[in-house]
Design a protein. Structure first.
Length: 113
């Protein structure tokens, strides 16, 4: 999975758009909901690796982090609700898509998670 694949899949979610909110960083992209402007994915390059931050429920976050070595507590985000997926050739593309969808749904409306 490549950066473009991740962004393209994010944009397949209904009513979304790609944003570049960091003035000095033209590579980090954020996938947002058009109606609320809320983020559901952050794609960035960190230490020459592709990182994808997605929101999950706290209970599921622990399971993911303990099951997959490429899923870690979120880089620069709330580590209770957000995870970083280190995108590489070892990543399960179906899992990445599933987690993007979950993040999209969790951030769709105002929620306590």
């Amino acid at each position: 999975m490549k950066r473009e694949d991740v962004i393209q899949y994010c944009l397949e979610m209904p009513n979304t758009y790609e944003d570049y909110p960091f003035p000095d960083d033209t590579l980090s992209a954020v996938a947002k909901h058009k109606d609320t402007g809320k983020w559901f994915a952050l794609i960035m390059n960190v230490k020459d690796k592709l990182y994808l931050n997605v929101k999950t429920s706290p209970d599921y976050s622990d399971i993911l982090r303990n099951t997959y070595e490429y899923i870690i507590p979120a880089y620069h985000m709330n580590k209770e609700y957000w995870n970083t997926i280190i995108i590489s050739e070892n990543v399960d593309c179906n899992l990445v898509k599933e987690l993007i969808e979950q993040s999209y749904n969790l951030t769709k409306k105002r929620s306590k998670i």
